[in-house]
Design a protein around this ligand. Structure first.
Ligand code: FES
Length: 106
């Protein structure tokens, strides 16, 4: 288990990236739920963001790939618009324990 950050470092409606030995991931908090995915767009396998920690669209409702504008649902990472429709981001496991968020996946 790797500690990523304190829960308070990920406010509601925000996203945050992390570089781990096993690759880059990002977190999104929506309606008090934490979602975690590999930072790799299924279209070209490149990172999604151009601006550090900015993974959401203007409304904060969808995850957006900055390169070609693909949009993904926050809840399951499914692409709903763009060149990789019906492909999805790769989910990773994280867990919140005593005020910190931990990466669980190997
Ligand atoms: S690389 Fe993400 S939409 Fe093309």
């Amino acid at each position: 288990m790797i500690e990523l950050c304190r829960t308070t470092d990920l406010p509601e409606g925000s996203s945050k990236s992390f570089s781990l030995p096993s690759g880059n991931i990002f977190l999104v908090k929506k309606q008090q739920q934490i979602y975690a995915y590999r930072n790799s767009c299924p279209h070209l396998g490149i990172p999604l963001e151009w601006v550090t920690n900015k993974f959401l669209d203007e409304d904060g409702e969808l995850i957006q790939c900055a390169t070609h504008g693909a949009l993904f649902t926050i809840e399951d990472g499914m692409c709903v618009y763009g060149p990789c429709v019906n492909q999805s981001l790769t989910r990773v496991s994280v867990q919140e324990i005593q005020g910190s968020i931990y990466f669980i996946s190997p």
